[in-house]
Ligand binder design. Structure first.
Ligand code: XLS
Ligand code: NI
Ligand code: NI
Length: 461
């Protein structure tokens, strides 16, 4: 990869005038105004909402309240389009490619203009995306303080709120063998100190959640790994986070984001059920919920909505990193969710559980490397927001008409009374069930009717 490293003339960095973006009233997205709702717009008018109307009421709440969209800072303002085979393609006019505070401030101002023009009320970031990492922890914290002050000012000015903050515990080489599951206690301590600061800034910015994603918490070979020690350390790390959160009075919901692999071969937070088992085993399930990312769910070999449904069933669905993979690829492509059926299935669960707050739908998505215009940043978010608005409307109709529900209810009706009710409530015994069979004889297996259910769903999408 290093032999492919671009020079500044190849990236365009350093050759332009960035100072015009330094003032507080600089405009970053010239010629683009506030995105409007235009339900009658033509098919190729993609710089407006056709379905997402923030104030439109669906099932007793506004679309804005149900959907709680959030823009992620890392992809949308730090993504460069570089990949292992090619140079950056997403060269933003305000970004000089440097690791300076000035550049960080420009990016942040550009981001808040973007959130405002798009009309999205939440954002999310990693500590190291917003502020440059220094040579020491103290230096990094000092950089963060400067940027967090500006973020606070911009949040107040625009009314945009922080859906969640997180710490980047995976990019720096010190974390190559993990952070809280690192074989070195020294590195564990560094990660803890970093999260301590992360919780403090989350509190300062009024974050309604705080996320842990363990991209390097796992193993590449079991030959060098003490799995139970690593998992115990990981749990102890989370216990310290809970204790510190309580100590400083941070009220945001703590979330764990499952992912089976990438960058680590096997990640401990494999999928929703693995995380729920881990949390219950270590007595952490009252303090954490799950941030489901559907692209991770499909990476784990499940269907798109699987982890959303599973976490919700256990009362553990906290938030959603609403993105998608490419079904023909096997990795985390972080694409904008444009599939209405997927969005419908996610929103069906969100409606069924009465909403996703304090979580939201965070666009952990990146425009394709080839989508190089500033307008593509808008079009991608607008397209995904419209897909979710359609998903919300379709899901509301599915629930209101209750057709699917009627069939599901009938399918399980044998558990509503008699011996079935006793099984459901956990009071039946093997002896009783044997008696039941002797008395009632052989059961009849009924059709699962999958195609019938699929046809009903298609009617609504
Ligand atoms: C990576 C994850 C990451 C988390 C935040 O695959 O999705 O972006 O959401 O650290
Ligand atoms: Ni994510
Ligand atoms: Ni991801």
């Amino acid at each position: 990869m290093s032999s492919f490293a671009p020079t500044s003339s190849e990236t365009g960095a350093g050759s332009k005038d960035y100072t015009r973006f330094n003032s507080a009233d600089a405009e970053f997205f010239q010629g683009i105004s506030r995105i409007e709702y235009k339900p009658d717009s033509k098919p190729d008018e993609t710089m407006c909402y056709k379905h997402y109307s923030a104030s439109q009421v669906v099932k007793g709440r506004t679309m804005e309240e149900w959907l709680r969209f959030s823009v992620c800072f890392w992809h949308t303002f730090r993504g460069t389009g570089a990949d292992p085979f090619g140079f950056p393609t997403l060269i933003r006019p305000w970004d000089d490619g440097s690791n300076t505070i000035e550049n960080a401030k420009r990016r942040l101002r550009a981001a808040f203009e973007f959130f405002t023009k798009l009309g999205v009320k939440y954002w999310a970031f990693h500590d190291r995306d917003v502020a440059p990492e220094g040579a020491t922890l103290e230096e990094s914290n000092k950089n963060l303080d400067v940027i967090v002050d500006l973020a606070q000012e911009l949040q107040t000015k625009t009314g945009v709120k922080l859906l969640w903050a997180t710490c980047n515990l995976f990019a720096h080489p010190r974390y190559m063998n993990g952070a809280a599951s690192n074989p070195s206690a020294h590195i564990f301590a560094y990660a803890a100190a970093q999260v301590k600061k992360g919780l403090e800034i989350a509190k300062k910015l009024g974050a309604v959640n705080f996320v842990f994603w363990g991209g390097r918490e796992g193993y590449h070979t079991l030959l060098n790994t003490k799995v139970l020690s690593e998992l115990t350390h990981l749990a102890n790390f989370f216990k310290m986070a809970v204790a510190y959160k309580k100590k400083i009075g941070f009220t945001g919901q703590l979330l764990i984001e499952p992912k089976p692999k990438e960058p680590t071969k096997h990640q401990y937070d494999y999928d929703a059920m693995t995380v729920i088992g881990f949390l219950k085993h270590f007595g952490l399930d009252k303090d954490f919920k799950i941030n489901v990312e559907p692209n991770h769910t499909t990476l784990a070999g499940h269907s798109y909505e699987h982890d959303v449904v599973m976490s919700s069933a256990f009362g553990m669905l906290g938030s959603i990193d609403s993105n998608t993979g490419s079904p023909d690829l096997g990795w985390d492509t972080d694409q904008f969710p444009m599939d209405i059926k997927n969005c419908t299935l996610v929103m069906k669960t969100v409606l069924e559980q009465g909403g996703i707050a304090p979580g939201g739908l965070n666009f952990d998505c990146k425009v394709r490397r080839e989508s190089t215009d500033l307008r593509d940043m808008f079009i991608s978010h607008i397209g995904a927001m419209d897909s979710f608005a359609r998903g919300l409307k379709a899901a509301a109709k599915i629930l209101e008409e209750g057709v699917l529900e009627k069939y599901v209810k009938a399918r399980y009706s044998s558990y509503e009374s008699g011996i079935g009710k006793k099984i459901d409530e956990g009071t039946a015994t093997f002896e009783e069930l044997e008696e039941f069979i002797k008395k009632n004889g052989n059961p009849v297996a009924e059709s699962g009717q999958q195609e019938h259910y699929e046809s009903v769903l298609n009617y609504y999408v």
